[in-house]
Design a protein around this ligand. Structure first.
Ligand code: NI
Length: 182
């Protein structure tokens, strides 16, 4: 396994539409997934899409560390955190009309955060690196990270989803905003 270089906003690979993976069980896909997981964990990211490591294939990985013991039910914790997941050729279906704003960051847009409104409730499906179908319903942070990562496969970075660029800020200024977010 190796830690891969991460493309930054402005590199053309981040604005191209990625190609479907013909054989999710192929050895090169397995190798890519292993390297993406290592890269995401090393960079302390919540998710990573293959175009971010210069590979224009429809592959994403994501996770969110479990929250501190905060009295959440198991369902709530699942919404606010995301289990370590690999999705090849993912699809998203929006459930209902509810939308939610939340702060996002991206390893390809280092140092910045932005407030992005997205559908609050989704169903997603894809194939994992062992060839199994993954299908889940997600809300909250979990729904947000899946949508953010899948946007990368269509060449979309989160600033393009923002309604108000006044809310594109440096991480170092986040203290002025974060307590009031969500
Ligand atoms: Ni990103």
């Amino acid at each position: 396994m190796s830690i891969l270089k991460i493309a930054r906003m402005g590199h053309p690979v981040l604005s191209t539409v990625a190609k479907a993976v013909a054989d999710p069980a192929a050895p090169e896909v397995r190798r890519l997934v292993a390297d993406m997981l290592e890269t995401m964990i090393d960079a302390d990211g919540a998710g990573l899409a293959a175009p971010q490591v210069y590979v224009p294939w429809r592959v994403v990985v994501f996770q969110a560390p479990a929250a501190r013991d905060d009295g959440l039910s198991e369902a709530e914790r699942f919404d606010r955190t995301a289990p370590l997941t690999v999705l090849i050729n993912p699809e998203i279906e929006v459930i209902g009309e509810m939308r939610e704003s939340g702060w996002e960051g991206c390893l390809s847009v280092p140092g910045l955060r932005g407030l992005v409104e997205r559908p609050a409730h989704i169903r997603y499906r894809g194939i994992d690196h062992e060839g199994h179908l993954v299908e889940r319903v997600a809300k909250g942070f979990h729904a947000r990270v899946v949508q953010h990562e899948c946007d990368h496969l269509d060449g979309v970075l989160y600033p393009q989803r923002m309604a108000d660029l006044k809310k594109l800020i440096f991480e170092s200024e986040a203290r002025h905003w974060l307590p009031d977010a969500e």
